[in-house]
Design a protein around this ligand. Structure first.
Ligand code: ATP
Ligand code: MG
Length: 140
């Protein structure tokens, strides 16, 4: 294992409920370092590009609408085996299936409004980070 970066989004359901700090506390307690972070209003084009892999899914329209409904916090996280480590801390997509202590178990409202995104592979992490950050904005 090695130190690895992953991409995270604190989603609108969480920013709306003022949970940015509470979620960051769980991230940091898990040993992941927040090495870049910015609050943005995602555009429709950005959301469609970001979730392009899901464009044929029935929930795609709803997902894009949700992700653009309020500000989000985009982040780069770094830690030992970072991609898998963050997926563990996030918990299952559906909060009903998420393990105790995970972000989604603690905070998510539903399978759609599930508080956080995390990259699912090192390759996708690199692509997603590059969509929202330039190299000089990441200070590891
Ligand atoms: P993410 O990619 O956001 O980290 P994930 O990898 O756990 O989540 P995916 O299968 O990639 O889950 O789905 C992407 C996002 O689409 C989910 O996080 C959720 O917000 C939304 N989503 C997934 N399944 C559904 C569904 N059945 N109904 C509504 N929204 C859904
Ligand atoms: Mg995913």
């Amino acid at each position: 294992m090695a130190v690895q970066r992953t991409f995270s989004i604190i989603k609108p359901d969480a920013t709306n409920r003022n949970l940015t700090g509470a979620i960051n506390a769980v991230i940091e307690k898990a040993g992941l370092r927040i090495i870049a972070q910015r609050r943005i209003q995602m555009s429709q084009a950005q959301a469609e590009e970001f979730y392009g892999v899901h464009k044929e899914r029935p929930f795609f329209g709803e997902l894009v609408e949700f992700m653009t409904s309020a500000p989000v916090v985009v982040q780069v996280l770094e830690g030992e085996n970072g991609v898998a480590a963050y997926r563990d801390v996030m918990g299952a997509t559906n909060p009903a299936d998420a393990a105790d202590g995970t972000i989604r178990k603690l905070f998510a409202l539903s399978i759609g409004e599930n508080s956080v995104h995390g990259s699912d592979s090192a390759e996708n992490a690199e692509i997603e980070i590059a969509q929202f950050f330039t190299a000089d904005q990441i200070v590891g």
